[in-house]
Ligand binder design. Structure first.
Ligand SMILES: Cc1cc2nc3c(=O)[nH]c(=O)nc-3n(C[C@H](O)[C@H](O)[C@H](O)COP(=O)(O)O)c2cc1C
Length: 170
């Protein structure tokens, strides 16, 4: 599968079967995160891999009670070790850097036949507390990983004419 195929076939998966994710596949997905670019190549991040069912169940509660979260055999918390850093553009580095890393993981997973779901709705202090994240660090994104038990259709995207313009804003 090439990158464009992965981009086109990836879906958010909210139902997983019980088949565990093989260690070598999990390692490949995590490697995609490790190799992701970051502002000034600072790599101010750490990825917590959760496979314990009890913890996944607690995380589901802290993620606004999205029950399907505990069904995913792997839950990855993407954490920043420098959550207050702002780039000169004014944008928050942690959110940007970790979004790139998570997106890399979703595409690597798609290539491996694994499903993912990005979780942005969660109580960050609660998730951080559950996972023992130090107070000056932050959980920025949560991502699920596992074999899909559903094959959702593609969700719609705005047309090119609405989102791309040439040379100047129009
Ligand atoms: C930053 C971000 C946060 C998201 N948070 C959640 C979430 O908390 N729960 C959920 O079920 N889906 C979540 N999603 C998935 C989106 O709903 C999904 O990507 C979007 O509807 C497009 O569908 P697709 O991923 O299948 O293409 C999130 C996606 C992104 C990029």
């Amino acid at each position: 599968m090439n990158v464009m195929e992965a981009i086109k076939t990836r879906r958010s998966i909210r139902s997983y079967n019980s088949q565990p994710v093989e260690a070598d596949k999990l390692a490949k997905v995590l490697e995609a995160a490790r190799l992701a670019p970051s502002a000034s190549n600072r790599q101010d991040w750490k990825f917590i891999v959760v496979q314990d069912l009890q913890m996944r169940t607690k995380l589901a509660t802290a993620c606004r009670n999205q029950k399907f979260i505990s069904q995913a055999p792997v839950v990855i918390a993407a954490c920043s070790t420098n959550p207050t850093r702002t780039m000169s553009s004014g944008q928050p580095a942690a959110a940007v850097d970790l979004a790139i890393a998570v997106d890399h993981m979703t595409l690597a997973a798609a290539e491996l036949g694994l499903g993912t779901c990005w979780i942005g709705a969660f109580d960050a202090p609660a998730v951080g507390k559950l996972l023992g994240v130090p107070d000056d660090y932050a959980v920025v994104h949560v991502m699920l990983l596992g074999y899909p038990a559903e094959s959702p259709s593609a969700t719609p995207r705005k047309p090119v004419s609405q989102v791309i313009c040439q040379e100047k804003w129009s």
